[in-house]
Design a protein around this ligand. Structure first.
Ligand SMILES: Nc1ncnc2c1ncn2[C@@H]1O[C@H](COP(=O)(O)OP(=O)(O)OP(=O)(O)O)[C@@H](O)[C@H]1O
Length: 315
């Protein structure tokens, strides 16, 4: 494979389940050593896309090339070169930490000293050295995901596909997990990670936002934020709900979200502050309106027209 060739290249990728189009004409390119984030509302087609890219699910139409392999035709060869991990713990709960990795190594034909060396290295790297004899079923959420990651990279894959790997873990474990992902990317592994969390999305080198099976934004977090149409504004007031009602259904207002006593408003107009000040003053509402820096939540709301839920915002 030529070094310049993308690691993942999908064109016109679609998946239909009966009447439902889960993935709709997706064009996607992921380059070597990128940490490509897949962000999108529930049910927008992230898992379905990842499963097609791994060769686990047949597309209804479209072309996929991963690491130079045509998928689904070369899916068996591809499996040896990729790691795949989901939020659901897929290892054996009644085997110990070390036994799980030994089992995976044996399946991949890695035995004896090379297997022991690699397993010890992974147990150290993923802070599981003192847990090697513990049953996997008794590990904490964060430890389970670190074990699953160790299992997914045991055979040193060139590409790692992770489907919401941190959904079931606490914020501290999520940060540690992401440090491990960056170590892998630094060593040349390409990563595609789906997530619900904005703080994780912000850390990706490039992001694709999916909505109803379509790619509605693609770029680095900084590029997406600078391309945001219109302006985010902060409105400080004593009655944010009253202000929210006053601005709802106004032309140019894309979204309003209450954060404590402040209202965050996204407006499609470039000079939105003055008309808003005027409208609130006409209604006799006292408020301080100021422009603010765009963040990824603004991008998400503007391209999907869906609110960001509390669970998606960094704790
Ligand atoms: N095997 C299946 N049969 C029928 N419908 C399916 C199947 N798999 C997925 N879907 C539907 O396809 C759509 C996309 O699902 P998918 O799991 O890819 O979304 P997602 O973006 O990963 O969602 P979430 O963030 O909630 O995990 C959903 O409406 C889902 O119900």
């Amino acid at each position: 494979m030529n070094n310049q060739a993308p690691v993942i290249r999908a064109r016109g990728l679609s998946k239909r389940f009966g009447e439902l189009t889960a993935v709709d004409g997706l064009d996607l390119t992921v380059n070597k050593a990128e940490v490509f984030g897949f962000l999108g509302p529930n049910g927008c087609g992230k898992s379905t896309t990842i499963r097609m890219l791994c060769g686990l699910l047949l597309p209804s139409s479209g072309e996929i090339e991963v690491l130079g392999y045509q998928i689904p035709r070369d899916a068996e060869e591809l499996k040896r070169r990729i790691g795949y991990m989901t939020q659901k713990f897929s290892l054996y709960e009644d085997l110990t930490v070390a036994e799980n990795l030994e089992f995976l190594a044996a399946i991949q034909g890695l035995r004896g000293k090379p297997a022991r060396t690699r397993i010890n290295e992974l147990l150290e790297r993923y802070w599981l050295g003192d847990r090697r004899k513990q049953m996997a079923g008794t590990l904490s959420g964060g430890q389970r995901q670190r074990l699953a990651l160790a299992g997914a990279v045991l055979h040193k894959p060139d590409l790692l596909l992770l489907d919401e790997p941190t959904s079931a873990v606490d914020p501290q474990s999520r940060r540690e997990f992401w440090e491990s992902l960056f170590e892998l990317a630094d060593a040349g592994t390409t990563l595609l990670v789906s997530t619900h969390y904005m703080d994780e999305a912000e850390r990706c080198t490039r992001l694709g936002i999916l909505d109803a099976g379509r790619l509605v934004a693609d770029g680095s977090p900084a590029e997406l934020m600078s391309a945001l149409p219109g302006r985010p504004l902060l409105i400080e007031c004593s009655q944010p709900r009253q202000v929210q009602r006053a601005l709802q259904n106004q032309p140019d207002i894309i979204s309003t979200a209450q954060i404590g006593a402040t209202l965050r408003v996204l407006s499609a107009a470039t000079d939105a502050a003055n008309p808003i000040r005027q409208r609130l003053s006409d209604l006799g509402i006292e408020a301080r309106v100021s422009e603010t820096e765009a963040n990824l939540e603004d991008v998400f709301v503007s391209v999907t027209h869906k609110p960001v839920t509390a669970a998606q915002v960094s704790p």
